[in-house]
Design a protein around this ligand. Sequence first.
Ligand code: SF4
Length: 387
Amino acid sequence: MSDESTVSLETGQVAKVNLLGLSGSRLGDLFEELGEKRFRGTQILKWIHQMGTCDLDDMSNLSKPLRTRLATIGEVRLPEVVSCQDSVDGTRKWLIRVEGGSCIEMVYIPERDRGTLCVSSQIGCALDCAFCATGKQGFNRDLTTAEIIGQVWIAANSFGQFVPGAPRRVTNVVMMGMGEPLMNFDHVVDAMNLMLDDNAYGLSKRRVTLSTAGVVPALDKLGDVSDVSLAISLHAPNDALRNQLVPINRKYPLREFIDSARRYLDKMPDNRRKVTVEYTLMDRVNDRSEHARELAELLRELPCKINLIPFNPFPGADFKRVTNTALNRFRDILHDEGYTVTVRTTRGDDIAAACGQLAGEVNDKTRRQARYKRRLEKQQVIKMIEA
Ligand code: SF4
């Protein structure tokens, strides 16, 4: 699956280039290949991502013959919105079908001073963190650049943001939806570059955040090509516990992960940047006082702020939400150790849009989803017997 033209094995037909996923520079190349000036690429970029126009015929500053020639090789193909649900707290969740039939989810969280879009990078996720609903769905494939940036387009369009003079509702983007973004490196970097491009969405690098569970070689590479904000998903203060909760820790242990995050910051031109450390708190798993103290020690050398996330249960989950007493105790210990600590408010719980609850509809290529479904069925049977 790619944004470039591809030949279908079934029909032998050439699929057109999806212009939605191309950068201004790549669009410039395309026009050069057509014997046209490169600046036409910037014009198309603005039509698609600033004015929300997908029909080449409406791109009025391109001549009719040029539009006709362009239409023979390219088009704007958006993913399909299957459904859109609104939570009582204003959170909105979309179910979006991508090529191949699987569906991903995307969430918008409005706050007083900003609107954050949580975007997916893969169909399912191969990493299978123990506390995450996405991991239970197995994995299908990486999303293309067009499918990632298409989510931003869909949200912007749904809020009327493309209307001239309309306020910007999507002010922040976090790569924290379904999937591990660094396992889909090139497409994610290309999509984030479109988010930052002044001729596209023009978001500042502080308002685009990539969150990773710790793919260390890719994180080292990221610092060479991007300077977006970084969030690291830790969820445990030592390797023994993290090996159970976040299996990729067995390959890239905590020390390596944190050193890599530090190297990422060191590459930033601005030395005031901080990493956000995400820590999902689960009842009697990782919420004890000694865990908080161990975490404080572990992060000593990393400029960071800590975001505590009370676990959001999903069907068949092995964990329970942290109690308020344990949450406050954990927060206070970190605070006393000198850290800036925030507690993520649960949003969109009534529409299963809260952190860790995204599931989509994944045509799973692993056996994980089948195993998860069997487990749910077993639990149902046990419940029926007990009743
Ligand atoms: S928490 Fe992130 S990396 Fe882990 S399984 Fe879920 S989506 Fe994948």
